[in-house]
Design a protein around this ligand. Sequence first.
Ligand code: TRP
Ligand code: SF4
Length: 437
Amino acid sequence: MDTKLDPWSSNDITDYSKLFEEFGISPFENVLPEIPSPHKYMRRKVIFGHRDYEQIAQAMRTGAPFSVMDGFMPSGKVHLGHKMVMDQIVWHQEQGASAFVGIADREAFSVRGFSWQKCREIGVEEYILSLIAFGFKPDGLIYFQSGCESVKDLAFELGAKVNFSELGAIYGFSGETNLSHMLSVATQAADILQPQLEEYGGPKPVVVPVGPDQDPHLRLTRGLAGKMNMFRVEEREDTKTGRKYLSVRGKAAPAEALKALQKRIPGKVKLYEGHLDVLEYPDRAGLEKIVGEVATEYGGYAFVPPASTYHRFMSGLQGGKMSSSIPDSHIALTDDPKEGAKKVKRAKTGGCVTLEEQKKLGGKPDECSVFELMLFHLLEDDDELLEIREECVAGTRMCGSCKQLAAEKMQEFLKDHQEKRELAREQLGEYRIVYKK
Ligand code: TRP
Ligand code: SF4
């Protein structure tokens, strides 16, 4: 029962289904049919969960504005785990999202003690070059948190709505936690809400693709979105008649804003002090839209709670956890391509100790890091992957041939990616990148 998600220590999540019950993350399969052409991570259940992705799927189908937002703490080498996030950012951008990428230098400064200079170097050299190499388009925004005034201002405002007890409950912060670390949490919430500020077109659905370790930030941000908003739409029930109706609550809203709302909403609307009841307007989404417009006009916020997706972590190439401090457990995107191929050949598989045994019993693709590499990264074709899986289980495929295939693909991928990174270096000037002044 005590699954604890901690963004700052490496989690080894063994049972993803727990996250559904304990944190209210929904299984991704539920929204899969609503997505026009799902990414391979979605089809292959690498993305296993989501919050509110329905609104993103809907925006993709209808062409309504939506955003994808993500952040990277500039902590070290960019690796395959980051590739998963970058792939999803680029994919959402291709599906029509406006894209925002924050380099979390405030987090690296306060949690890791990195200097601003070091954050900038790692931010550009590791993360930004790879992001562009994966196809990030120049109309997206890339910024360092400490260079972005609107994020810093919003972080401060958000800070007024969260106290130490809440941070303690969500993150396990104690008396030892430094103030800037807490501020970096507010900053991350500001990262996530920024795409909905007026300068970026106002309220809209935003998706944040993350690993489950980042979920505490999303829970905090979703709560804050509600607390910041000028109005809240609630469903109520008439105690006498049992009839359902919608009520717009806005205790702190200016009286004129409530009056303006009353005028704008069609049908029977009763105005009270601090709220109004909407008796004949069954379309909640339509009502939320009007409410959002009025809030924005009167200088208030109307944040849509951010949506998120959750992907499985890859396991380490030697089994166990993938860790950036164990070079053989992971492949960096800047690893020498030949060295990358060698790591694949040394990786732990789900095969048996002897060939005879494997022919008889078959291998275990679900416990095989080579299969995982093909599933997550190296094979585009679902049928080819399925065939490998079946042959493995049937005992007609031996690990040597998988390793050979995966190693070749890995070498090719790394070589290609590194060439694209060099091109990206030349294209940096064409991108909107906000650096720390
Ligand atoms: N905390 C994230 C990490 O450790 C980085 C991050 C900062 C982030 N802001 C974000 C992630 C906004 C998602 C959305 O890498
Ligand atoms: Fe993994 Fe391939 Fe060996 Fe099966 S045959 S265990 S998929 S390497």
